[in-house]
Design a protein around this ligand. Sequence first.
Ligand code: S3P
Length: 456
Amino acid sequence: MPSETQLKSHGGPARPLSAVGATAFRGAIRVPGDKSISHRALIFGALATGETRITGMLEGEDVLNTAKAMAAMGAAVERDGRDWVVRGRGTGGLVQPDGDLDFGNSGTGVRLVMGAIAGHPIAARCVGDVSLSSRPMRRVLGPLSEMGLLTEPADAARLPMTLKGSDRLVPMTYTLPVASAQVKSAILIAGLMTRGATTVIEPEPTRDHTERMLSYFGAEIDVGDTAEGRCIVLNGPAELTGRPVHVPSDPSSTAFPVAAALLVPGSDLTVQGVLANPTRTGLYTTLREMGADLTMENVREEGGEPIADVHVRASSLKGVTVPPERAPSMIDEYPMLAVIAAFADGTTRMEGLGELRVKETDRLAATADGLSANGVDVSIDGDALVVRGNGGAARGGGTVATHLDHRIAMAFLVMGLASERPVTVNDATPIATSFPEFEDLMTGLGAQFSPCEARA
Ligand code: S3P
């Protein structure tokens, strides 16, 4: 069982931080492991028999909360040197937790674990921080309750709530009404504990780590294309066997040093071993369209996932239109892209961003507010974000409210590295949910941060 200090949830006072400038970002770095893959390795390890050794797992608060939840439901989860080792209970083997399961800030953690709880005859109360407690859960609870999950209160839509699973779950066929890998994954995970075929159809492809890893752990899972979209069929009950998992660097965390290197003159940076799964690389496609000197080098495969080294040099950028169908492959990267767009020449229009409204905060509003506070010409047009760049350094000088959102915090700190005046975020603590090394890593590359009193 991981120790309390390893698993501490962030809380306490806000920590304002300013980004005041940077020297050129040069050299080769690695960023921490992919958050999506880390969550899944812990959950599938706990549902497998035998040992799952996880190398390169992200030790951010979100993932550590998932580790703690799986340990509370009977899996043995331990740090072993730099690896994490999970000894699982087998599908159907999770036990009733003694206390609340606290998922902190993590929508992925709680929604995927809901799928696991659903297939066990246990009751578990799930809680989270203020941000997570305001996020919609019906998108997952709707289909899971059709399979047999009960909640208390019966019509629960947000945390906290108690989930009452069952060992008599029925499989279902479900077409995703929103492009969400979390919803897809929760249903497939519940399907592991049913008798028969659980089918998920996704009209727009979303990240496919669940399908890849479940197949790697031995589940019978078929993926095909149909007229309605990608169709994933899982045959239950499934037996999973623990396997070693190597977690590649997170392309969403990579976005921050890459953006800094693009914007800070003279930079030439390589981020090594980055997950290059095409369901995750929309930002990199977009940056190349904007004229970025960015290449994916040394493309190879490790542990069933493509990885590459991302090589980027400071570049002059131009505005582009980012089509809505690209949104799922870069859904977490829009705050960073919007900041980059402020430095580009011309207008960048990012379309199909409705899902940003239900992330750790309303990211569409938080991004637009942060840009305006720093003198950028920005507007929201329906579910599109429109940024009119000035082809040079953004003005900066503003204070940005992060609303417990790690990516808002990091995106605007990157802005301050290249803007005319410093940019302040009112609270940098959420960064620890996904990228605890962010400040040290960026400082080592040439970023200058300064603690300060936020004005707003
Ligand atoms: C994730 C899926 C995405 C993403 C989140 C991680 C996952 O959410 O925003 O950070 O690991 O499945 P949605 O699937 O709800 O879009």
